[in-house]
Design a protein around this ligand. Structure first.
Ligand SMILES: NC(=O)c1ccc[n+]([C@@H]2O[C@H](COP(=O)([O-])OP(=O)(O)OC[C@H]3O[C@@H](n4cnc5c(N)ncnc54)[C@H](O)[C@@H]3O)[C@@H](O)[C@H]2O)c1
Length: 258
């Protein structure tokens, strides 16, 4: 006979998560990871085909999926996405994972040589983007909603020859704190994850021998895998982190301590 205590209710039941930048890489891993916990998953990316493919993979897990194209630098585009996702989520977006960014294609060069146009574009996507997405989603976030922003452990290491990227991700930590204060009045938590170097397609394109890169500097002596980061996002979106807000969780196998 079944009793209430042996009926498993997945933590994502009747909750909708929106993952931006989910056409591949970490975003796709977040989408699938949340789907496996029973969430309805909305997948958005500037790469519409990749988003569609991620939505197909989400549906393969048995979860409901929505997909759409978005440019996180556009107020109109983010507003349209938020309205469509809210409709998919029966009026609510319980979890937002602000993952879209320019990362693997950002030129590595000394601070004197950074192209100002590239600086502006990195800030536009990586820093203004998360603000525009939160602004667009805000009317649809119920009390107790969760926001997870993607920063980077490069903020703590001061990764050289990448000033614009690192500064944009430092801005994400600052933005997370202010948003936590403002949205905390609605019992919404806002936290950031700062992944260390993690083996996504973009990372393989960035560094030769990516799987070995810097492993000797980490306590755990191995490269980060997307699923390592997914676990942190599930924690920050789930019931066990209700009193955690404005924080940045470094997930890098023990390379940086903060
Ligand atoms: N992989 C790592 O080692 C690592 C480490 C630290 C932080 N991060 C962060 O994690 C996130 C995911 O990284 P990834 O390795 O999967 O990289 P990725 O390049 O595969 O993912 C970024 C996604 O954002 C999308 N995107 C770019 N511009 C956009 C725009 N204007 N509007 C909407 N979508 C847009 C891209 O199409 C892409 O799918 C990024 O925020 C990155 O900065 C990654």
């Amino acid at each position: 006979m079944s009793t209430p205590s042996d009926t498993y209710i997945p933590e994502g039941a009747d909750r909708t998560v929106l993952v931006t930048g989910a056409a591949g890489g970490l975003g796709r891993s977040f989408a699938i990871g949340f789907a496996r916990r029973g969430y309805r998953v909305a997948v958005a990316d500037i790469d519409a085909n990749g988003a569609e493919e991620t939505a197909r993979l989400v549906k393969d897990t048995g979860a409901a999926a929505w997909h759409g194209a978005v440019d996180v630098t556009s107020g109109e585009s983010t507003a349209a996405m938020a309205a469509a996702v809210a409709e998919f989520g029966a009026g609510r977006i319980e979890v937002l994972v602000n993952n879209a960014a320019i990362y693997g294609t950002v030129t590595r060069s000394a601070l004197e040589d950074i192209d100002p146009a590239e600086w502006d574009r990195v800030m536009e996507v990586n820093l203004k983007g998360p603000w525009l997405v939160v602004r667009a989603c805000s009317p649809h976030l119920p009390e107790g909603a969760r926001i997870v922003n993607l920063s980077s452990a490069t903020v703590y290491s001061g990764s050289e020859n990448w000033l614009h990227y690192v500064a944009s991700k430092g801005g994400v930590i600052a933005l997370t704190r202010v948003m936590a204060k403002e949205l905390g009045r609605r019992s919404i938590t806002v936290n950031a994850i700062a992944p260390g170097f993690t083996l996504t397609e973009a990372s393989y394109g960035l560094i030769d021998n990516a799987a070995e890169y810097g492993v000797e500097r980490g306590a755990l002596r191995r490269a980060g895998r997307p699923e390592d980061i997914v676990g942190a996002a599930l924690f920050l979106a789930g019931p066990d982190s209700a009193y955690v807000t404005g924080q940045t969780l470094v997930v890098d196998g023990g390379r940086q301590f903060n």
